[in-house]
Design a protein around this ligand. Structure first.
Ligand SMILES: NC(=O)c1ccc[n+]([C@@H]2O[C@H](COP(=O)([O-])OP(=O)(O)OC[C@H]3O[C@@H](n4cnc5c(N)ncnc54)[C@H](O)[C@@H]3O)[C@@H](O)[C@H]2O)c1
Length: 251
């Protein structure tokens, strides 16, 4: 994969899929801006990349705050002159697993703010910059829950279907501007977010694995491979697509 010297921002890079993705971009020679609402974790990711010979910096950004997203991208452009790749990965799950009639207002507002509005803010500001510089590539982290129904999960499902829709609609708008926009749709993948879901009951892991033909959860670095590939020139005729990484769950 040719990612040498690409200027790459990853949101939610302090943990899980975002951290693995940042490290893989670093491994391929990209200049990584690891951004997260949790600066300490983002800094840990950047430190790990720098320690293994890559180039990375960390910045605190809450994607629900438009001004913070603007300054994340403005700072990147000030420092490096451009933004080649934007990975919109930051995401949360609801605190409660409840059916729609009982879905809490807090879960609704918090999940939509991060997973949907946050991705919109990042897309809006990154695309503006990519238009100025004549192109770029974006990868949104959606979910299998953005393609298929999932119970007790309404705000998450709504937000991830929205990410898939925003990916396709924006790809349609900017194809002629040399901006490619794709999404990955992971199934259950080892991370803090999955741990939260598994904590609901002791037999949750086994219950979920029964739905996965490959019989195991995904690993964050397996999702990272697909994100880097979709971001790179190696996939240069692909735009507006979703790539499902779920061990066959969607089958
Ligand atoms: N793990 C899975 O099974 C799975 C499956 C499908 C999709 N996803 C998606 O993958 C993405 C990454 O999740 P993960 O599983 O690595 O979880 P994670 O909890 O390990 O990582 C999420 C990161 O996002 C950061 N974050 C949360 N709110 C933020 C905000 N407002 N602004 C900036 N950063 C914020 C967190 O601090 C954390 O570092 C999410 O969009 C998630 O919905 C995960």
């Amino acid at each position: 994969m040719n990612l040498e010297n690409k200027i790459v921002i990853i949101t939610g890079a302090g943990s899980g899929i975002g951290a693995a993705t940042a490290k893989l971009f670093g491994h391929h020679g990209a200049k990584v801006i690891a951004s997260d609402i949790n600066l300490k974790n983002a800094q840990n990711t950047a430190d790990a990349i720098n320690a293994s010979g890559g180039k990375a910096s960390a910045i605190k950004t809450d994607v629900t705050q438009f001004e913070e997203v603007e300054s994340l991208i403005a700072n990147t452009v000030k420092e490096y002159g451009r933004l080649d790749v934007m990975v919109n990965n930051a995401g949360i799950g609801g605190k409660h697993q409840l059916k729609t009639a009982d879905h809490t207002h807090d879960d609704w507002h918090n999940v939509i703010a991060v997973n949907q509005t946050g991705v919109f803010y990042c897309m809006k500001v990154a695309i503006k910059q990519m238009l100025v510089q004549g192109g770029g590539s974006m990868v949104n982290v959606a979910s299998l829950a953005g393609l298929k129904a999932s119970g007790n999960n309404l705000s998450y499902s709504a937000s991830k279907f929205a990410v898939v829709g925003m990916t396709k609609s924006a790809a349609l708008e900017y194809g002629r501007k040399n901006i490619r926009i794709n999404a990955v749709c992971p199934g259950f993948t080892h991370s803090a977010l999955l741990d939260q879901l598994l904590s609901v009951s002791p037999d949750m892991a086994n219950k979920l694995k029964r739905f996965i033909p490959m019989g195991r959860f995904g690993e964050a670095d397996e999702i990272a491979e697909a994100i880097c590939w979709l971001a790179s020139e190696n996939s240069k005729f692909i735009t507006g697509q979703t790539l499902t990484l779920d061990g066959g769950t969607s089958l």
